[in-house]
Design a protein around this ligand. Structure first.
Ligand code: MD6
Ligand code: FE
Length: 223
């Protein structure tokens, strides 16, 4: 049976796909709350506008980025880091919307990671052609917390490998409402996004939005 038909016939909560040890794709998990998510995203973007960050190597990212939560991921000529203030206006990032926290916690629990309470949500907007090169998320002190990644809008080809750069990454098509959770043995897996194909999405139009939830603080060191 074709996988797409199989997924469409199942309630969203039944459609999991293990990508690697500790890594799960929850098909359509966020689909039924898309309107609330989009409204919250627009409110964040109004306070903390999308911008194309510079990489430490001097490139401009094709993806446009902002953040919400107590910490925001930023990139500039000095490197990658988490910042409590938006460097563009010197004020705190907008608070994490309640529907974001709810979604991230439920998705993590579904994937086997209980009590995930992210301090940070990175919001990425992709227009056709935008991409993200293969990389590891390793700017976080707490590697025991998973990463929760929510896809909205145009479909994308997601690359997901292992913590070893030499292993070939697998390709997965992510559509509106899909959520990928990775942690444990996959926490440092290489991942990326292929250049976005052109198209039009009924709710988001000609773009893809990705929400990436992370818990950058070392909770053990703090307690
Ligand atoms: C995505 N973003 O935009 C996934 N990782 O679909 C990431 O994997 C990511 O945008 C680390 C830092 C910035 C990012
Ligand atoms: Fe990443």
């Amino acid at each position: 049976m074709p996988q797409d038909l199989f997924d469409a016939a199942l309630p969203p909560e039944a459609a999991h796909q293990q990508l690697a040890p500790g890594a799960v794709l929850l098909h359509g998990f966020a689909r039924d709350m898309d309107a609330a998510l989009l409204q919250a995203i627009e409110a964040v973007i109004t306070q903390a506008p999308l911008r194309h960050m510079q990489t430490p190597g001097g490139y401009t990212m094709s993806v446009a980025t902002t953040n919400c939560g107590s910490l925001g991921w930023v990139s500039d000529s000095h490197g990658y880091r988490y910042a409590v203030l938006d460097p563009q206006n010197g004020t705190p990032w907008p608070a994490m919307p309640a529907c974001f926290l709810d979604l991230a916690g439920r998705a993590a629990a579904k994937a086997g990671y209980d009590h995930f309470a992210p301090e940070s949500c990175l919001i990425n907007t992709y227009l056709p052609g935008a991409k993200l090169s293969l990389h590891q998320d390793k700017d976080e002190k707490d590697l025991s917390a998973p990463i929760v990644s929510v896809s909205l809008g145009l479909p994308a080809v997601f690359l997901f490998g292992t913590p070893n750069r030499k292993d070939r990454a697998q390709r997965y098509r992510l559509v509106h409402g899909d959520v990928v959770v990775w942690g444990g043995p996959s926490r440092l897996a290489f991942h990326g996004v292929m250049p976005l194909a052109d198209g039009a999405h009924a709710l988001l139009g000609r773009r893809r939005i990705n929400l990436t939830f992370r818990s950058p603080l070392d909770k053990l060191a703090q307690s």
